[in-house]
Design a protein around this ligand. Sequence first.
Ligand code: GLC
Length: 743
Amino acid sequence: MKCTKIVWLSLCVVLACSRQAGTSVGSCPEVEARVDKLLSQMTLAEKIGQMNQVSAGGDVAHYAEALRKGQIGSILNEVDPDKINEFQRLAVEESRLGIPLLVGRDVIHGFHTIFPIPLGLAATFDPALAEQGARVAAVEATAQGVRWTFSPMLDIARDPRWGRIAEGSGEDPFLDARMAEAMVRGYQGSVLDSTSMAACIKHFVGYGAAEGGRDYNSTYITERELRNVYLPPFEAAVKAGALTLMTSFNDNDGVPSTGNRFILRDILRDEWGFDGMVVTDWNSMGEMISHGFGTDRKDVAEKAANAGVDMDMMTFGFLSHLEELVKGGAVKEKTIDDAVRNILRVKCLLGLFEHPYTDAGAAKAVQYAPDHLAAAQKSAEESAILLKNSGVLPLRDGARILVTGPLADAPHDQLGTWVFDGEKEHSVTPLKALEARFPDRIDYVQGLQYSRQKRERFDDVTAAARRADVVLAFLGEEAILSGEAHSLADLNLKGSQSELLAALKAVGKPVVAVVMAGRPLTIERDLANCDALLYAFHPGTMGGPALAALLSGDVNPSGKAPVTFLRTAGQAPLYYNHHMTGRPYNGETLLDDIGLEAGQTSLGNTSYYLDYGAYPLFPFGFGLSYTSFAYSDLALDKETYGVEDTIRVRFTLSNTGAREGTEVVQLYVRDLVGSVTRPVKELKAFRRETLQAGESRTIELSLPVSELAFYGLDMVKKVEPGDFQLWVAGDSASGEPLSFKVK
Ligand code: GLC
């Protein structure tokens, strides 16, 4: 036994494969040779053991026997470095072949240092910053022995009732893809080394389209919509070199993703050439029984294996039934070999065979490093969206400030959803940061202890408001009110928060609302009761200093909406890149305009709500600044382009205000006529541009015509010649279009 192990370890020691981002490991023949060599030594039982993942927090001894038998290929939910080393020691030194474990964890927006929730990170429109944050998370997590994160989440979300909208990059495929590529690069590193953490792009696919915004619900996404909207971010992340992928809970068009051969083999493997590893979501294999897609655990194990799943998270279907299924011929051993090859490849690329252990003593030193906290603060600063400002912001020095609201001093909740290892003790809350920024100027009266609390009167708060020059009300939702399984039908501020804001407004002092939430809440009525509103999502460990910097004007807000802000939940789903329909809304009559006994009519009517129209409160891409920007002199370099051409659009961006600011310039395109109907706009480029007060800059954005390709009636991806429109603006609802043709 020892001999086999030494042979294998030596085989990997010479492994010099550095996996560059965007390359498939097939370009690493040494890895393939060594994986095949090990595979040839494995029994069927040992192969199946690699396909089994166990949530193994805490009691190592409980798993010792299974580890010695090689029945566990991966564990999740253990982060103590000494325990991880013990798990690894049992696998590496007490099993026959000594194959190390792949240790996974949900490191979703930071490990110990917590960054803004992914929806907030998307609001930065700053992939480089997201990459930096992922790198920080990888350095902290790998120091403790975690070498696999179940992130980034790429689910396009067009319905804020869905609690997991918090975990993704919003409604747009282009922004989602750019953030996904960046996070894959950040987690894995440009060259795989001991700080590399395998990314896991999830949840494949369409999970965010859950009907009604109810988590885990069915989806009904056509193949064309999959290919034009939901799949592109995953394809981009695969191209960026993502090592693993996770299947989603939902059934789409009647087929649960964990048993969906079309997406897992035809698209993922055959079309995209993905050679990473596919893991199920937690018991999503077993849930196929509940879906009514399988009769029992053996049946769903067969379906998952043949559909293309490599590793089973917490159903134990593979461990319990695959050997029997192979011996009975229902699953070919080649299928098992392919799955195990994908698993061993990831372990080999991460260097786990030569370095299975972590230096537990060194783990603590990297946690919360100053540069990590600085990166988290910068991310929080850039993720906040200024939605309203009547001039009360930035706060003037010397002002007496009342701080109030349930989220003003909530160190746990400002971290947001999916935070397993962030520690609230390290959070700096807005209250603490404002007290430091404005010494002796801050009054604090909480008003409400939590978002859902109900109160009749607010005499204590309004009395304090009368003594203040300006009021800062920190409102929103606790971290637990978004995230997995936490969908909401009503998106208004909970409890008596709106009443608190109204009471404060009635005092007559300027009121600034700062909203922390995991989703775009419906805040239309609250906007009337504040003079400024800053939307902070859940900003993470350094949310306080970031918000103090923004409110004081030390930093100018630059965040832009990565998702549409609804006027009311009844408008969901509402998103900017919708189709035109035959009767596009034109702002016509609403409920109050309809006379009594009005006759039946439908002529001239359009697609909208009698009571809320069809426009959002704030459109995708919207965000204000303490300065202002103007776009002028837009011009295309041609009027007509060939498919091989690149469109170049030039324009002048001017900072027309009195201070430096950053604008996210956005380029949208519309394909006017296609073999199938097309979105009214699609984001095709964006860039952050920082200009001094009064500065004007000529900017050129380029767009290869090939980026206009889509899956048309024949389900072939191509550019269709015809007429197009192009906008460059500061959000998806602004600007005048330029026209061009593709021949
Ligand atoms: C959860 C989530 C998934 C997560 C996994 C492991 O149910 O759906 O995103 O990575 O289980 O915690």
